[in-house]
Design a protein around this ligand. Structure first.
Ligand SMILES: [Fe+2]
Length: 174
């Protein structure tokens, strides 16, 4: 079997920086914010992905796990124009930075039998945000006319869990 190792420019310093932050064992929200400060100082370029990965897929947005260990994962998400997630929340804290495109995020509150919209945010290239559950029910859509790429750091091993999603919400929005 032939093993192909993809070189990820700029990933090494990010992984060691996050490792140092996670080792402090701070509260999840503080960890997410500290990782956001780190990413703001040195967001990698689009060359962290191969040209094929950067092209995205007509089937929907694509996640590329670039690094995973027991306590955190680094994932690049590629969205063609108009592609979106289902409404979901997360198993752990998350920090994300936008490399290209515009990620429009809609936030919801769970009312039991329905959801209400509680906010919207347009995240543009260079912008970084961090959050932690609870209160992290959202859906995300690339509303720009170009392929969107964002880097996500999750406080969990998504290669083991399969995804960062805790629950998908099929409830009506009122
Ligand atoms: Fe999410």
């Amino acid at each position: 079997m032939r093993t192909v190792t993809v070189v990820r420019p700029g990933l090494g310093p990010i992984v060691s920086g996050i490792s140092e932050i996670v080792a402090r064992e701070s509260a999840p929200r503080d960890t997410a914010h500290a990782v956001a400060d780190l990413l703001r100082d040195g967001l990698p370029g689009l060359d962290i992905l191969t040209p094929e990965e950067r092209a995205g897929s007509s089937d929907g947005y694509v996640s590329h796990v670039l690094h995973a260990q027991e306590d955190f994962s680094v994932v690049a998400v590629v969205w063609r124009p108009g592609q979106f997630t289902v409404i979901h929340d997360h198993v752990a804290w998350c920090t994300f930075g936008i490399l290209s495109g515009i990620e429009n995020e809609t936030l919801y509150r769970d009312m039991g039998d329905h959801l209400v919209e509680i906010g919207r945010a347009a995240n543009r290239p260079g912008e970084v945000s961090g959050f932690a559950p609870p209160g992290d029910i959202h859906m995300v859509r690339n509303t720009s006319q170009e392929v969107g790429v964002s880097l996500h750091v999750y406080g969990a091993d998504v290669s083991r869990l399969g995804s960062s999603v805790r629950r998908v919400y099929a409830l009506p929005v009122r």
